[in-house]
Design a protein around this ligand. Structure first.
Ligand SMILES: [Zn+2]
Length: 252
């Protein structure tokens, strides 16, 4: 873990998706993850410890259910588990992001505009990403705060409707921290900086400065997409773990 987990081992000349097989696509970022019995998000490496409960899959896997048929023969049924975490909206957003990134660039799209006032021809990548990120920040609050009644959380999220407010003010109220501080604590400082930059530039874009989203920002975001994905999962597990510890203390 740290600075994108496997950042030191990958080929520095390749973007993360360029080292994947040819038939690999971005929505498969979620393909290696399952929900642990504790609610955490873990990889399918059964030897690895869950980031939320700290246990291997063998330690948490429910025992097979043994039933007896009418002739008295025992039947062993494998238990169900929660399955993969990737959701329909993840699939849609990641497909959109990949398509917009790979689409041929129209170099003349803003050709009549002075260079320093020109947005990236692929600025849509940043806008779609920010919507995708927004869905995951909402999901983080709803999924890791089971002790908070759903209606209370709905109200809090309604009161703090912008992503910026949720990552800071609401985060302090619910978790006594900030999303940025969590990223830094978990070794994802580069992701924290990238998100801050994306947030600032996207806000400028929506307030009359389209040039704030330039090619450099789009490229930096795409290069950091996998790290950002892994960072969100790490924060999710950290928040779930702390919520479980608090619940255990209260019920002790
Ligand atoms: Zn777990």
């Amino acid at each position: 873990m740290g600075e994108g987990g496997n950042g030191d081992s990958r080929d520095k000349d390749l973007l993360w998706y360029e080292s994947m097989p040819d038939d690999w696509s971005w929505e498969l970022l979620w393909s290696g993850y399952i929900r642990c019995m504790c609610g955490g998000i873990r990889t399918i490496d059964l030897e690895a410890k869950c980031g939320a409960c700290g246990k291997t899959w063998v330690e948490v896997e429910p025992a097979p259910l043994v039933m007896r048929d009418t002739d008295g023969h025992e039947l062993s049924l494998e238990p169900d588990f929660a399955g993969g975490e990737g959701r329909y909206e993840d699939w849609v957003y990641l497909r959109m992001l990949e398509r917009e990134w790979r689409r041929p660039v129209d170099a003349d799209l803003y050709g009549s505009v002075p260079e320093n006032s020109r947005p990236s021809a692929r600025a849509i990548v940043v806008l779609v990403f920010w919507s995708y990120f927004e869905t995951r920040i909402g999901r983080l609050f709803r999924e890791t705060t089971k002790a908070v009644p759903g209606q209370v959380m709905d109200h809090l999220l309604e009161r703090h409707s912008s992503v910026g407010a949720r990552m800071d003010r609401l985060y302090r109220v619910v978790f006594s921290s900030t999303y940025r501080a969590d990223l830094n604590d978990l070794g994802y400082g580069r992701v924290a900086s990238l998100l801050k930059q994306v947030e600032q530039c996207r806000n400028k874009f929506t307030h009359g400065q389209p040039e704030a989203i330039n090619d450099a920002l789009v490229e930096e975001l795409v290069a950091g997409l996998k790290d950002e994905h892994e960072a969100w999962i790490a924060v999710f597990n950290k928040r779930l773990r702390e919520s479980r510890e608090q619940s255990a203390m209260l019920s002790a």
